[in-house]
Design a binder for this molecule. Structure first.
Ligand code: HEM
Length: 500
């Protein structure tokens, strides 16, 4: 025990000195940027302790300071610099220059392998060429029947809550709805709910997310060899085993079907559309694997798991905040209802592709929600070379934060009513390219979200079903939030539904 502690102490000191030596040039180049006073050894790391609420306060505080000065905010994690960018030309330059991510993205690799989110830049660069169009309009349009069925199921479930106590829509319904939707469209399995999203899978999925967050927030566990000694590691591996087992089973079955189809000499190499009635993400990957040897079975699994993770909580969280916001902004809800009435009349018919393009106000509601409540408040890039910006030089080896919370709440960009929930601002013809660089919920530039079109189509569909059926109320003006990778509520997050 004593020897282990001494060894750990020596390793930590060694790592600190090496990192300090490597980043002394950064200290010189970044002097003058807004920052916090540093503690010896820890830098500003103590600002991240104290739980998710405290973390959000820190993020909000540094975002405001950066906005006031119109400069990136500098943090020191031990001896290592982290620059936080709120938006504007800097974000554009940083996201286009850097495709590497800091080391802690590796924590997700036991689950997501070298998929798009967690893979190293070189692998991402190769695969994105094949996958960037995976969720283009024609593919996503093919998912509309799944979106409708899932939205219908959601409102049927929520009807149980009519006249009941306020409830937590996220955990009771939304998380499950989006997990089913994304599994179904990613894997292309009909009747997925019975066979795939079992309670065991759902629980393993949620626990794995929480364990990864826990690791991220515990600096000591950043060392692989420390983490591998913990019970959390064993629990994580168990959860990942359950999740992988599901995706592997489906992938293997689908791959066999695909190979048999090819052997039988079918001219059209797409799977029989009658089986799924849409082209799943897995189908797209199988097509890629035919012409690109680097799309191995492992890589294919990594990409499928990535899509499921990338699309599940983000979409559920956005829908959740949309419901909360319209629940405490009656005027907004009325306008939304009127828009749906204009499109559907009194009918509760399924949403069609053409309806989605007419939902302009609905789109504004989603954008405004994402501006104030980005599900992923910040993402990171790693500077693998120097980059000259107008505001500073980003030195090689600096971590760069793309701060969606700060961008959406930048007074400089959005004006004095920045904190007001006002979807109308998105209908304003004065909105321009600069505003786009401050709406960072989907990140920006290279390695930004490829599921934006998917997310918008599903969210519009789900909102149409919910608002046609229910009048929603919430007390979200009392909403309290925390950050633990995702933006999560602490209180003020319950809703009530009333039949229209
Ligand atoms: C409102 C919903 C969504 C939000 C707010 C969102 C947000 C984001 C963000 C912030 C990133 C950048 C991650 C990083 O740099 O670390 C990202 C990447 C990604 N998202 Fe989304 N996402 C959403 C929906 C979806 C959906 C529905 C899918 C797929 C079905 C998806 C798939 C992905 C993938 C594959 C990446 C990695 C892209 C790359 O690195 O090239 N996302 N998303």
């Amino acid at each position: 025990m004593y020897i282990s502690l001494v060894l750990m102490g020596v390793a930590l000191c060694g790592a600190y000195v090496a990192a300090w030596y490597r980043t002394r040039r950064a200290r010189r180049l970044l002097a003058g940027l807004p920052t916090y006073p540093e503690l010896p050894f820890f830098g500003n790391v103590h600002r991240f302790f104290g739980g998710g609420e405290h973390l959000l306060q820190t993020l909000a505080d540094l975002s405001e300071k950066a906005d006031e000065k119109n400069l990136p905010f500098l943090l020191w994690v031990g001896p290592c610099p982290v620059l936080m960018f709120n938006g504007g030309e800097d974000v554009k330059a940083v996201t286009n220059a850097f495709i590497e991510k800091p080391y802690y993205y590796r924590f997700g690799r036991p689950w997501l392998g070298n998929g798009l989110v967690t893979g190293p830049g070189s692998i991402w660069k190769h695969n994105i060429k094949n996958l960037s169009g995976s969720f283009n309009s024609s593919v996503v349009d093919g998912y509309q029947a799944v979106f409708n069925a899932q939205a219908q199921k959601l409102v049927e479930n929520m009807k149980k809550e009519v006249g009941a106590e306020p409830f937590d829509a996220m955990h009771k319904y939304l998380a499950y709805t989006t997990l089913e939707t994304v599994c179904q469209t990613a894997l292309g399995v009909p009747q997925i709910s019975d066979s795939i999203v079992t309670t065991e899978y759902y629980e393993a999925f949620n626990t794995a997310v929480l364990l990864l967050i826990k690791r991220g927030l515990n600096l000591l566990q950043h060392f692989d060899w420390v983490y591998q000694l913990t019970p959390s590691y064993r629990q994580l591996m168990k959860c990942i085993g359950i999740i992988h087992n599901v995706s592997e089973t489906v992938i293997n079955r689908r791959k066999l079907e695909w190979e048999e189809k090819n052997k039988s000499g079918a001219k059209d190499k797409e799977l029989d559309p009658s089986e799924t009635r849409f082209k799943s993400f897995l189908d797209i990957l199988l097509e890629v694997s035919e012409r690109d040897e680097s799309m191995t079975l492992d890589q294919l699994k990594a990409e499928v798991d990535t899509i499921i993770v990338g699309g599940q909580e983000t979409v559920a969280t956005t829908l959740f905040y949309c419901l909360l916001m319209i629940g405490c902004n009656n005027d907004v809800q009325n306008k939304l209802y009127e828009e749906f009435k204009g499109i559907f009349g009194d009918s509760k018919r399924p949403v069609q592709k053409g309806d989605l393009t007419q939902m302009k106000y609905c789109e504004a509601v989603i954008q405004e929600t994402l501006r104030l409540y980005p599900p992923v408040p910040a993402v990171m890039r790693y500077a693998d070379k120097d980059l000259k910006l107008n505001s500073c030089i980003v030195p090689k080896d600096t971590a760069c934060g793309i701060n969606a919370w700060g961008g959406g709440r930048s007074r400089r960009c959005w004006g004095p009513d920045v904190l007001q929930y006002r979807p109308e601002r998105w209908l304003d013809s004065d909105l321009n390219h600069t505003h786009a660089t401050y709406l960072l919920a989907f990140s920006y530039g290279r390695r930004s979200c490829i599921g934006k079109k998917y997310a918008m189509s599903f969210l519009k569909t789900a909102l149409a079903y919910c608002v046609r059926e229910f009048h929603i109320t919430s007390e979200a003006e009392k909403l309290k939030l925390r950050v633990d990778l995702a933006l999560r509520p602490v209180s003020g997050h319950l809703i009530r539904v009333h039949l229209r």
